[in-house]
Design a protein around this ligand. Structure first.
Ligand SMILES: C=C1C[C@]23C[C@@]1(O)CC[C@H]2[C@@]12CCC[C@@](C)(C(=O)O1)[C@H]2[C@@H]3C(=O)O
Ligand SMILES: O=C(O)CCC(=O)C(=O)O
Ligand SMILES: [Fe+2]
Length: 365
């Protein structure tokens, strides 16, 4: 099993043809991008008007609110999070300058088949027979080499902005982690790898969804859960993110000025022994507006096995998952996508109901 995140995909290289990507000039939706059922809401009740919780992080009850949102939704938005608006503007501009480069230039930084970082289609593309209206760029570690390939004369601005963004996101991630775990009564002593600053690993994902001539038949990013502990997402002013809610179907997460979306990933679901569901989400596209989002996928150090916190385990709550490192989980996900969680599962829930996070047999794509 891989011991480094950068080796996670070595056993399962992905030969995606990143050349599909010049979507800006396309006037009509090609059949290879035409999905069926995008606007259907199978389990949706049109009378339900629930919305994803919005939490002010300066609220004295922030930890309880965060805990409740994680348990009942697996996703929430935060305001007053301390990330300067100017930095959000800067990272958006950095993304725009990258995605507006000519296709040939972007392809110089294409992600290699067994690599984590670089430009290209979403990793999950291979599980679908239609293409997504999407291009992405993943930063893992230093972006320097790729930035040099993209802007041989002028790469420092991009590196400076992404580095500053990651630094600020890391601090916010630390804060959020303890609000989430604190709500379950978990302390730093219970999670020994997360005791001091800078203990997270993270992937920074820039997502671009060009304006699309037929948005109702196109898919930006297909339904998935993140493999991270949790993800902090900045979305520009263009709506598109949707989360799946039992009994309500797809619910749009509206862009709120300056807010960030936090979603529970599979590893936090495991760590919380199933108490926090990792939310299924997807991104749709817009007819006239270019949508951009930036995801900070926050995980543990590569070699740390993640398993249900002992405090959450007893005879009536047996451990639901075996220990798994982030790199091992990424490798399993690369091979089995939505079956990955059930492959690390130890036992079925006592009530006999299907786990909300066991997507076996349930259409997430
Ligand atoms: C660390 C990672 C998680 C991720 C795969 C990756 O290697 C870097 C990109 C991440 C991302 C972002 C878009 C959705 C997603 C499912 C994908 O295809 O690439 C996630 C992956 C994940 O969380 O499993
Ligand atoms: O663009 C979005 O809103 C969603 C992006 C996402 O799900 C991801 O990067 O994992
Ligand atoms: Fe995601």
């Amino acid at each position: 099993m891989p011991s480094r995140i950068s080796d996670a995909f070595k056993a399962h290289p992905l030969h995606l043809n990143h050349k599909h990507l010049d979507l800006n000039s396309v006037q009509e939706l090609p059949d290879s991008y035409a999905w069926t059922g995008v606007d259907e809401n199978p389990s949706g009740d049109s009378l339900i008007t629930e919305s994803v919780p919005v939490i002010d992080l300066t609220d004295p009850h922030a930890s309880e609110l965060v805990g409740h949102a994680c348990k009942s939704w697996g996703v929430f938005q935060v305001t007053n999070h301390g990330i300067p608006g100017s930095l959000l503007d800067d990272i958006e501009s950095a993304g725009r300058s990258l995605f507006s480069l000519p296709a040939q230039q972007k392809l110089k930084a294409a992600r290699s088949p067994d690599g984590v970082a670089g430009y290209g289609l979403a990793r999950i593309s291979s599980f679908f027979n239609k293409l997504m209206w999407y291009e992405g760029f993943t930063i893992f570690g230093s972006p320097l080499e790729h930035a040099r390939q993209l802007w041989p004369q002028d790469y420092t601005k991009f590196c400076d902005v992404t580095e500053e963004f990651e630094k600020e996101m890391n601090q916010l991630a630390e804060r959020l982690m303890w609000l989430m775990l604190g709500s379950l009564g978990i302390t730093k002593e219970d999670v020994n790898w997360a005791g001091s600053k800078g203990d997270f690993k993270a992937a920074l994902q820039l997502n671009s969804y060009p304006a699309c001539p037929e948005p109702d038949r196109a898919m930006g990013l297909a339904a998935h859960t993140d493999s991270s502990l949790f993800t902090i997402l900045y979305q520009n002013t263009v709506s598109g993110l949707q989360v799946q809610r039992e009994g309500a179907g797809w619910i749009t997460v509206p862009p709120l000025p300056g807010a960030l979306v936090i979603n529970v990933g599979d590893l936090l679901h495991i760590l919380s022994n199933g108490v926090f569901p990792s939310v299924v989400h997807r991104a749709l596209v817009n007819r006239t507006k270019h949508r951009l989002s930036v995801a900070y996928l926050c995980g543990p150090p590569a070699s740390v096995p993640i398993s249900p916190v002992p405090k959450l385990v007893d005879s009536s709550h047996p451990p639901l998952y075996r220990p798994v490192t982030w790199s091992e989980y990424l490798c399993t996900k690369a091979k089995h996508f939505d079956k990955a969680l059930s492959l690390v599962r130890l036992c079925m829930p006592r009530n006999g109901f299907i786990d909300v996070n066991d997507h076996n047999g349930v259409k997430v794509g």
